[in-house]
Ligand binder design. Structure first.
Ligand code: ADP
Ligand code: ADP
Ligand code: MG
Length: 657
């Protein structure tokens, strides 16, 4: 086994690899950037090497810099995680050439399988069924048009060098073909530096099922069963599970055998995933091999009870596979969901920002890469964590995951947690009537319901009741916090007026309950239970919905059912409060290194307003309210002192008073 490994990645996967290193007693070195200086993946490393500025091209994708860091810190191997350099054959070869060991397949394997055209040809020759199509990749528009016509409609244009679901295009008719082909070639060229496309028959409503395989340097290959990854949004996996639900035993057997056969034919080394799609007729077709540890590997770890990173390290250090095929079992059911800092209400746009408070649910596996007080920088993939439930049955696992998401606190960030909860509660998902377009086709079902805004307003009203002790809704209550309307029979205990999304909601306090209040908003009645404030976070339950709240000056941020709301109690609508809420000040003295906003721009909570560089570290200043930028006080390169106003945001969804 290795003595010391360099982990060439960040966030949750770097933390994940580090965990196994610690368990095996292997020392590890991490790399980080100026934007990641406070990231949790740095903890526990014997050394941490700063490899440069935030942008990945200057850091996590700089192979030379990373190899130098490994050599300088006395490592004997490099684990690339996923993404970044994990599927870069030039990097893998350079690692070998530097006398280090690359924890992954051989460079030639990565190179061949990274090209979908060559991978499909190789697998077809090994007897693995591949998606029918024209697989002589080309970047000549006329040739590609000819390929499309020979495949017929519907057809799928796919970058041969592609990955991450990017750049694919479905064609349903001949009209507009030249334009579509030209555009797909351009996208492939700009995304992957290679414009060559393959054309496949577009399989309607398929399921995505993939097989985890492992090979050792002695030429042994085993499979660790399959994963179902059909719940995708725009070809990107959102929820994954193992085993694949309702897959007939014979199909499953042929599928895993095909993967093993394909892997054996190329003497595959280390971890790999054979991806397939399965048509409605249960025919399966090979798509590609991912030559790395997969984001969704935890579900396989749950059902097999194995540690895939341990296997990777053992195999890379020359040991044989730890288990023979007949000793690898698959028990129970595991479901994983990916938590992203993104805004489902705004086209799932990445939503980097500062992390105020993080609390994970009990009873689930949590693979996380953020911590309270940290940040999600704008430079990288916005996935921040994965939650995994493991139970005897699929139904139980889904229920546990749904519940766990509701208990998850991620204040400061806009995330897809609410979206994931709605997906996991969906009847079709529960019945496993899923396919790769299921989430896109039924997008409307997974948007936030109207009642949530009212429930969030009630959460703020209840939180306010705790802020003005001793007893807010009796005669001693503070008139600044709640507008009392005397003789209002609908609100015998008073009203709280709260701005949210540009409208003012009037929350009627109807009755005191044990540990909370009965409240009414616009015809809806909510029973709100409020627990104590823990470390600045208010928490409670409105109806069945758990919520968490913090205040930023006079603005409240509420996370309810996983959705994020920004609310402003009406009493806070004074000029002074508005100024406090919208003013973004320098958190420390330093140099302004980025000012992505201009006067007049619309910003949302979490948007980066400025980045301050101090002592080689980057600190982002983010908006806490939505509104327009009223002033920008500096230009890039200026030095600022702690507390100085940098950007001022005006809450102009409120009428001026
Ligand atoms: P998985 O099945 O492991 O989820 P993904 O296709 O989602 O695989 O990729 C995992 C990570 O690697 C994601 O962050 C994705 O954006 C990134 N990735 C994979 N292939 C590429 C590529 N060719 N170019 C850029 N990013 C990629
Ligand atoms: P990437 O390298 O971007 O991951 P894949 O070939 O693995 O590309 O395809 C990603 C996803 O696109 C699949 O999971 C599936 O949902 C869809 N897809 C790919 N090929 C086809 C096809 N021929 N027909 C229908 N859907 C497909
Ligand atoms: Mg794929």
């Amino acid at each position: 086994m290795f003595k010391r490994v360099l982990i060439a990645n960040r966030c949750e996967i770097a933390c994940r690899v580090a965990r196994t290193c610690r368990a095996l007693g292997v020392e590890y070195v991490v790399v980080y950037t100026d934007a990641d200086a406070k990231s949790p993946h740095i903890e526990g490393a014997v050394a941490a090497v700063n490899i440069g500025a935030g942008p990945a091209l200057q850091s996590y994708l700089d192979g030379e810099r990373i190899i130098a860091a490994a050599l300088e810190s006395g490592c004997d191997a490099i684990h690339p995680g996923y993404g970044f350099l994990s599927e870069n054959s030039t990097f893998a070869a350079a690692v070998d050439a530097a006398g280090l060991i690359f924890v992954g397949p051989r460079p030639e394997t990565i190179s061949i399988l990274g090209d979908k055209a060559r991978a499909k040809a190789l697998m077809a020759a090994a007897g693995v069924p591949v998606v029918p199509g024209a697989d002589n990749a080309s970047d000549d528009p006329e040739t590609v048009e000819y390929m499309v016509k020979s495949v017929g409609f519907p057809a799928l244009l796919k970058p041969s060098a592609g990955g991450g679901g990017k750049g694919m295009q479905v064609l349903t008719q001949a009209a507009g073909l030249p334009e579509a082909v030209a555009s797909a070639i351009r996208v492939a060229r700009s995304s992957f530096g290679d414009g060559r496309l393959i054309v496949e028959r577009y399989i309607e409503q398929p399921r995505h099922v993939e097989v985890q395989i492992f090979g050792d340097s002695q030429g042994n290959v085993v499979h660790l069963y399959e994963r179902e990854c059909s719940l995708q949004r725009r070809h990107q996996k959102v929820v994954e599970e193992a085993p694949a639900p309702s897959l007939p035993a014979d199909v499953r057997q042929r599928l895993v055998q095909a993967a093993v056969q394909g892997a054996r034919s190329i003497r595959y080394l280390n971890a790999g995933t054979f991806e397939f799609i399965i048509g409605k007729d249960l025919q399966f077709y090979f798509l590609e091999v991912n030559t790395r540890l997969q984001v969704e590997h935890p579900v396989t770890e749950c059902v097999t009870g194995l540690d895939l990173v341990e296997w990777q390290l053992k195999v890379a250090s020359g040991e044989p596979l730890p288990l023979a095929q007949e000793s690898i079992r698959c028990d129970g059911h595991a479901v994983e969901c990916r938590i992203y800092a993104e805004d489902p209400a705004d086209g799932f746009k990445p939503a980097p920002g500062s992390v105020i408070d993080v609390r994970w649910p009990r009873g689930l596996r949590v693979d996380a890469g953020v911590a309270s007080g940290g940040a999600v920088p704008p430079y990288y993939d916005p996935m921040v964590a994965k939650l995994v439930a493991y139970a005897t049955t699929r139904e139980e696992a889904l229920t546990q995951l749904h519940k766990g998401l509701g208990e998850t606190v991620l204040l400061g960030l806009t995330t897809n947690i609410g979206y994931l909860r709605r997906v996991l509660a969906d009847t079709g998902v529960r019945m496993a009537e899923i396919h790769t377009r299921y989430l896109d086709d039924h997008g409307k079902r997974f948007t936030q319901g109207d009642g949530s805004v009212c429930a969030a307003a009630c959460a703020v009203a209840a939180s306010l009741s705790l802020t003005c002790a001793p007893s807010p809704w009796n005669d001693s209550w503070d008139h600044k916090l709640l507008d009392r309307v005397c003789l209002d029979s609908a609100a015998p205990l008073g009203r709280a007026h709260i701005w949210v999304d540009g409208q003012m909601l009037s929350v009627a306090i109807q009755a005191a309950l044990q540990g909370g209040w009965r409240m009414g908003v616009g015809g809806e009645v909510c029973d709100v239970k409020i627990a104590e404030v823990v470390a600045g976070v208010w928490q409670g339950v409105t109806g069945q919905s758990p919520w968490f709240a913090v205040r930023h000056g006079s603005v409240w941020e509420v996370q309810l059912n996983g959705d994020r709301f920004t609310l402003l109690p009406a009493h806070a609508r004074t000029f002074e409060d508005e100024l406090v809420a919208g003013a973004a000040v320098a958190p420390l003295s330093g140099t302004v290194s980025l000012l992505p906003v201009n006067v007049g721009d619309w910003v949302e909570p979490g948007d980066v307003l400025a980045i301050i560089e101090a002592m080689k570290m980057e600190h982002s200043v983010v908006a806490v309210i939505s509104g327009t930028v009223r002033s920008v006080a500096f230009v890039v390169g200026n030095s600022v002192k702690k507390g100085e106003l940098i950007v001022d945001v005006q809450i102009n969804e409120l009428p001026s008073t």
